[in-house]
Design a protein around this ligand. Structure first.
Ligand SMILES: *Cc1c(COP(=O)(O)O)cnc(C)c1O
Length: 437
């Protein structure tokens, strides 16, 4: 499989180049040249495979020109080493739990696969690779844990001051070694802009072998297709009847990497009927779906902070997949948006009705799922992505559900560890001073 830039279909590169450069030189995002529908036999066979086996099969579609089968198996074994269970709350509604990895958010899938892939590609190189990444909270933790002590890789993480939870901040700032944290006086969009500017800066480019780890890197997206396939398998196994019911996946969205990966999985043949693009008040995509007009906005801070994105970076990819056609976009994806008040109500309702504690992001997925199911008469199964463990957002969750959240083993001693971060204003020059010492 080759990869092209969303801004220039003539610019075509290998998987290796797409992974190591992150962003195309013209500022576009890399996309696979095709998303071929797998044959009926392959899909049927995949239905009986484990998460790791499915992941290996799908990775071969995307990477076999660049990585041999043994390499792919090694990457999957190290990267995808935790489950993504589908938890049914009732026969019609389920949560796809993506928080069982080390950073307790779905971003572990992307970050770990990317870390292993990059380290495979650079295993014989002398120059260190420098990863530069902006995070609204969960990316940073997943990247820090995915790359921690990976040889030959330095990681710089930018996060917006005061906009991430304590646990998230500790995941970014307490590792040291090859992991460097920058606390930026600004918003997530500022952090994202600084990363983009750094990539275009001649001094930085000439001194550092830079690459990105944001969801703009195609190696973040590919592993996110795995759990859609695996979730469909799990749902079908729960009852034979489920095989004949339409599946609705509700995706709490910010930069739209998760939704984009879902759409890629459907293109490859995953049996998914409809996607719900569920957002907080940063509703650029639901507004696009309703009006056909794309108008990005300044991001607004909410309690679902990993989705506080006014200019979703993967929108460009989604537009490519649908050839820029608003109508086709709307055939697969329906938009929903919720305020913080509604999100709190969603967490409370989900706990009251189903004794299930969701995090604020998952709650937005839950609300969209609930509202959409009520509008359909064809008996679908609704699955909302539970994108992070609620323990990452203890204040808003416990306020809403009025019980304390059981502590998962990944938390360990994190909260007692010392934070170490460079405090910088939202200016490229400030970042540059540290990067180029
Ligand atoms: C990153 C993140 C999201 C948003 O995912 P995108 O792929 O950027 O749309 C949602 N929930 C949580 C918990 C996240 O960390």
């Amino acid at each position: 499989m080759k990869y092209f830039s969303t801004r220039n279909p003539e610019h075509v590169v290998t998987f290796r180049e797409a992974v190591l450069s992150g962003l195309a030189p013209d500022g576009g995002l890399y996309m696979p040249e095709s998303l071929p529908r797998l044959s009926a036999e392959v899909l049927e066979r995949m239905n009986a495979l484990s998460m790791q086996e499915v992941s290996t099969e799908i990775t071969k579609v995307f990477a076999s020109e660049d990585i041999d089968d043994a390499g792919i198996e090694r990457i999957i074994e190290s990267a995808i080493n935790f489950p993504a269970p589908v938890h049914f709350l009732a026969p019609d509604i389920a949560s796809l739990e993506l928080f069982h990895g080390p950073s307790m958010a779905f971003k572990d899938f992307g970050a770990r696969f990317m870390a292993q892939t990059m380290s495979w590609f650079t295993r014989n190189d002398n120059d260190p690779l420098h990863i530069l990444v902006a995070t609204s909270g969960d990316t940073g933790g997943a990247v820090a844990l995915g790359f921690y002590k990976v040889p030959g890789v330095e990681v710089s993480i930018l996060y917006p001051k005061g906009r991430v939870s304590e646990l998230q901040e500790k995941q970014l700032t307490t590792h040291g070694h090859n992991i460097h944290a920058y606390e930026v006086e600004g918003s997530f969009d500022d952090c994202q802009r600084m990363v983009k500017e750094a990539f275009q800066d001649k001094d930085i480019r000439s001194r550092l072998r830079l690459t990105s780890a944001n969801s703009i890197n195609i190696s973040r997206l590919i592993p996110q297709t795995f759990y859609y396939f695996n979730a469909v398998n799990q749902i079908d196994r729960v009852s034979d009847g489920n095989r004949h019911r339409p599946l609705v996946f509700s995706i709490p969205s910010g930069n739209f990497g998760n939704l984009c990966a879902g759409v890629m999985a459907k293109k490859l043949g995953a049996r998914i009927d409809t996607f719900l693009a569920a957002t907080n008040v940063n509703d650029t995509v639901p507004r696009y779906l309703a009006s056909g007009e794309y108008s990005p906005m300044e991001s607004i801070a909410t309690i679902s902070n990993a989705m506080d994105v006014g200019t979703p970076s993967n929108f460009e990819r989604l537009l490519k997949i649908f050839s820029g056609d608003h109508q086709s976009f709307c055939e697969w994806i329906i938009g929903y948006r919720y305020s913080d008040e509604e999100t709190k109500y969603g967490m409370a309702e989900c706990h009251e009705k189903y004794h299930y504690i969701s995090d604020p992001h998952g709650a937005i997925g839950y609300l969209a799922c609930r509202d959409h199911l009520a509008s359909r008469s064809d008996n679908p199964v609704g699955v909302f992505l539970e994108t992070a463990h609620p323990i990452k957002f203890p204040d808003s969750v416990e306020n809403a559900v009025k019980v304390s959240i059981p502590t998962p083993p990944q938390v360990g001693t994190l909260l007692e560890r010392e934070k170490k971060a460079y405090q910088i204003p939202a200016k490229l020059d400030a970042l540059k001073q540290h990067l180029l010492v």
